[in-house]
Design a protein around this ligand. Structure first.
Ligand SMILES: Cc1cc2nc3c(=O)[nH]c(=O)nc-3n(C[C@H](O)[C@H](O)[C@H](O)COP(=O)(O)OP(=O)(O)OC[C@H]3O[C@@H](n4cnc5c(N)ncnc54)[C@H](O)[C@@H]3O)c2cc1C
Length: 208
């Protein structure tokens, strides 16, 4: 392979993918529209924690990050339903056995661990503040919002739900996709801790 492998998006998927590509001996450039979340006060998308299950644990184990991640997870044994008008929440367990839990983890910390591991391979370069506008497949160029163009030989789109890479592929007629918008929005609430610093809600559940 002569040209660079490009990955667009340094979220969990893009960072992990770059580690796997580096392990195969490839040199990878990852383009991320945000600033480096390890150095700047930028959000990592939604602040809501991710819930790690087997499909996330297996690759983290594979790339040697599971112990680091494990130290910052909280097991959740089920979904706690708070029904309107019912003062007693109802726990819906995720499994039948005590070990059948999923693990709450900070999205930002998980992403930071993956970025560290990608750079530690020595084969991954991450370019932050690089917002892809579109892909020119005829000239094999990535076109960025600031007007810069970068060559690629292979490009992977890991740029999330509103992927520009996917849109560029669809524009060529190579795939079709449909976006269906929800009729509600996303809201973040902050529940401050108790005066003694403890949790106000059971920390071992996902509350709905
Ligand atoms: C409210 C909410 C709760 C969720 N809870 C869970 C959960 O508990 N467990 C779970 O497994 N999943 C959960 N998900 C889904 C989870 O967030 C996604 O599966 C995961 O973030 C996908 O990772 P990703 O790397 O593919 O995309 P993203 O996390 O979206 O990362 C995409 C990256 O690409 C960058 N990017 C975007 N556009 C461009 C561009 N044009 N140029 C360059 N870079 C770009 C973004 O800045 C971002 O860093 C949740 C999602 C939401 C919205």
């Amino acid at each position: 392979m002569s040209g660079p492998i490009a990955v667009v998006g340094a979220g969990p998927a893009g960072a992990l993918l770059s580690i796997y590509l580096a392990r195969q001996g490839h040199h990878v450039i990852v383009y991320e529209s945000r600033a480096d979340l390890r150095r700047a006060d930028v959000d990592a998308g939604r602040s809501i924690n991710l819930a790690l299950a087997t499909r996330g644990i297996v690759p983290l184990n594979d790339v040697g990050l599971i112990d680091r991640v494990d130290s910052i997870t909280i097991p959740m044994r089920g979904r706690m339903i708070h029904a309107v008008g019912d003062p007693t929440p109802d726990l819906q367990p995720y499994g039948n056995q005590p070990h059948e839990v999923i693990h709450s983890v900070s999205r930002r910390d998980l992403n930071a661990f993956l970025l560290d591991a990608a750079e530690a391979t020595g084969r991954v370069t991450i370019r932050f503040d690089a917002r892809l506008e579109t892909v020119d497949f005829d000239r094999s160029l990535l076109q960025f919002a600031d007007g810069i163009e970068e060559p690629f030989e292979v490009v992977y789109g890991a740029d999330g739900a509103g992927s520009r890479v996917r849109a560029a592929i669809a524009e060529r007629g190579a795939c079709e996709y449909e976006t269906e918008w929800l009729d509600h929005s996303y809201k973040e609430l902050t529940l401050p801790p108790n005066v003694d610093g403890g949790h106000r809600l059971d920390p071992n559940a996902l509350h709905s």
